[in-house]
Write a protein that binds this ligand. Structure first.
Ligand SMILES: Cc1cc2nc3c(=O)[nH]c(=O)nc-3n(C[C@H](O)[C@H](O)[C@H](O)COP(=O)(O)O)c2cc1C
Length: 212
């Protein structure tokens, strides 16, 4: 708990969101969650550089580094154009985030063949970004609810690149009352996870203990 208190000195992590882990894990991973409300502290250029640097040093298949990002700060035309590509639900809360990102990946390898692992590598790089962000008390909320075709057009994404998700990003904190009642409920709901026995199978798939 002491390490968590230390990380929480400056910002307001929701302590009731800390993962009720079955086994001991790294404090930053335990603290991470996906908020729908953020502190209005500016996320500086240097903050963003640190997040993208964490991405930069991620592992990737054949070191192809297929990840790409577009980002914009609230209050800019680009931010509004990004919001315009989000689903209505995501717009209802993510339009107040300090920063929005679109994540994208390069679909092909240099030899023209499909890079089957590009999406894996983008996800892995976002794992690195997540841990770096958590270390800085910055939260990421990933969103599949983005009209990627519209986003590709709106931002002139070149052929061969595919937008995957949007991310709302900002310092932990913010005022829960700013959200609708429904979202406040979701925000304070208990975090649920399937047990390890449902996804980690010793010696082979057949030993899986599936839920009946
Ligand atoms: C790829 C991906 C897509 C997601 N899409 C959305 C989304 O469109 N809207 C949303 O509110 N949350 C979205 N989420 C957040 C998940 O709902 C959230 O991560 C999950 O409920 C677990 O909660 P936690 O991150 O707080 O542990 C997404 C998460 C991921 C990783």
């Amino acid at each position: 708990m002491k390490d968590i208190e230390h990380m929480n000195e400056k910002r307001q992590l929701a302590l009731d969101k800390i993962a009720d882990a079955d086994y001991e894990i790294y404090a930053l991973l335990k603290q991470r969650y996906s908020p729908r409300v953020f502190d209005d502290t500016e996320v500086s250029d240097s903050d963003l550089n640190r997040l993208f640097e964490a991405v930069r040093w991620s592992a990737s298949s054949s070191n192809l580094q297929p990840w790409r990002f577009i980002y914009a700060r609230k209050g800019t035309d680009s931010f509004d154009r990004m919001v315009g590509c989000l689903s209505d639900f995501n717009t209802s809360w993510a339009s107040e985030a300090p920063v929005l990102l679109f994540t994208a990946y390069k679909e092909k390898m240099d030899n023209g063949k499909e890079n089957f692992h590009a999406l894996h590598d983008l996800g892995l790089s976002l794992g690195s970004m997540t841990v770096q962000a958590q270390y800085m008390s910055i939260a990421l909320h990933h969103m599949a609810g983005v009209d990627w075709k519209k986003a590709q057009e709106e931002f002139d994404i070149p052929e061969g690149y595919h937008i995957s998700t949007a991310i709302a990003l900002g310092y932990y904190g913010g005022v829960l009352d700013d959200l609708s009642e429904k979202l406040q409920k979701q925000e304070t709901a208990k975090r649920e996870r399937i047990p390890q026995s449902e996804f980690a199978f010793k010696d082979g798939w057949k030993n899986a203990k599936e839920k009946s």
